[in-house]
Design a binder for this molecule. Sequence first.
Ligand SMILES: [Cu+2]
Length: 235
Amino acid sequence: MHFSKSAALLAVAAGASVVSAADAPETQGNAATTVYEARFSNADVGNAYLNFTGTPDGVGVLVTACFGNIVAAQAGPYPYHIHQMVVPADNNCTATGGHLDPYMRTDEPPCDANAPQTCEVGDLSGKHGKIPLDVNTAMWCTSYVDKFLSLKSDDQAFIGNSRSIVVHNAEKVRLACGNIVAAAAGGMGASSANTTTTPGATSTGGPAVSTGAAGRIGANALALGGILGVAAMLF
Ligand SMILES: [Cu+2]
């Protein structure tokens, strides 16, 4: 059950105290030097990393996202979203709550990618497409500007305020999750792809600064090397 936007507006016009969902405004002032990232892996999602940076004109956020080695037993394509809360130390994705939705749009009816301003701010796959993987071998990457995300802490659509990324299977079951944290340096790829098998454990205190790859890349170097090797073969 949900109210359509027009129904809600009519209700407001008639004097009813209905809170109307509002379209998301385009964000401003997102500096290209500001970088946030989310990196995680587990048994169901072999590897995932997302970078979020500002844009040359400051409007919106440039998202670069790669996902690999999602297990074949979990049917795709896979939705993924920005969720409201941080992943706790026990790595329980359910604890991340619902989608980032500061304008109270809710997820019904489903996001119309042709009208992204009407979607939940955190519904990245609704606006930009689901992860099309359906086997456990390939790595897939995408990049887009989402005009409704913000890197400014005083914006309702700020993504760095202890938010997280959750990857779901086609039935919306939460497969994996990782926190969005401020990145110490920009860029992504082999040199900075510090994947970890304990996502959340290093950043439960909020938008912590990433501590770099040296301490954590060792445990996953083989896995990452395998993924990059596959990617190299594919491309
Ligand atoms: Cu989600």
